[in-house]
Design a binder for this molecule. Structure first.
Ligand code: ADP
Ligand code: MG
Length: 221
């Protein structure tokens, strides 16, 4: 599902570079990405998803050579193939919670907002404990509630790959467990592959694979 070779990425202003000689994550795997703050976890997810384009090497995600696509093709690929839980959620305050969850359907004509999709959104909201908030604006929610909206939005299209950037970072312990259980159950039920950034080392034995990003990232003077 994910196959990176000799990947190099550097921000244009310099200061940080990511070098990944090899990273393979098979379909159906639940993988954790770990590493201290600033080690390049978010950058790695961006490279895998095509948000960031590498300076060298090959990025193969869901059997697509993402690094050789145009910007528009990368965006289209990402919307169709990947459910992304962004570290800062990226919810839209001018839409209500339900519209935020269903937002991917506005972005790509291949994603059809039918009765099944609406039922999935309702079901995810109920499972995540946010179903009574569907008509609110995201700016009327707590951080933990916003985080769960972002998770529902990432899962609603039943994507092949879920990239989740610290998706439980703002949740209390009980909600955290419930959210992880839901993420894992959804991955099993829909045969999704999961790559999830976490700082919670107590969770690591639940994953099939652990990727230590600090081995890839480096700061330059
Ligand atoms: P992590 O997610 O592990 O905390 P990031 O991937 O966000 O780490 O960042 C890795 C390094 O890249 C950090 O030193 C950060 O300051 C730098 N960085 C992140 N985003 C940008 C950007 N858009 N432009 C320049 N440098 C960035
Ligand atoms: Mg990060």
């Amino acid at each position: 599902m994910i196959d990176l070779r000799d990947v190099r990425f550097e921000y244009t202003q310099g200061g940080f570079s990511l070098c990944v000689p090899e990273l393979r994550i098979s379909a159906g795997t639940k993988a954790a990405a770990i590493g201290p703050s600033g080690s390049g976890k978010t950058t790695l997810l961006n490279v895998i998803s095509g948000i960031a384009c590498p300076d060298g090497g090959r990025v193969n995600t869901a059997s697509v050579r993402v690094d050789s696509l145009s910007l528009a093709a990368r965006r289209s690929f990402r919307i169709k193939t990947i459910g992304f839980v962004f570290q800062d959620f990226l919810l839209l305050d001018y839409l209500d919670v339900l519209e935020n969850i269903l937002y991917p359907y506005r972005l790509h004509h291949d994603l059809v907002l039918d009765a099944d999709a609406r039922a999935r959104a309702q079901r995810l909201a109920a499972d995540l404990g946010i179903d009574r908030l569907l008509r609110r604006s995201p700016d009327e929610l707590s951080q933990g509630e916003r985080q769960r909206v972002a998770i529902a939005r990432a899962l609603v299209t039943a994507p092949k790959l879920v990239l989740a950037d610290e998706p439980t970072g703002n949740l209390d312990p009980a909600t955290k467990q419930r959210t992880i259980d839901l993420l894992f159950d959804q991955c099993d039920a829909l045969s999704m592959t999961l790559l999830m950034v976490t700082h919670d080392h107590g969770l690591l034995d639940r994953f099939d694979q652990v990727v230590d990003v600090s081995a890839f990232g480096g700061s330059e003077p």
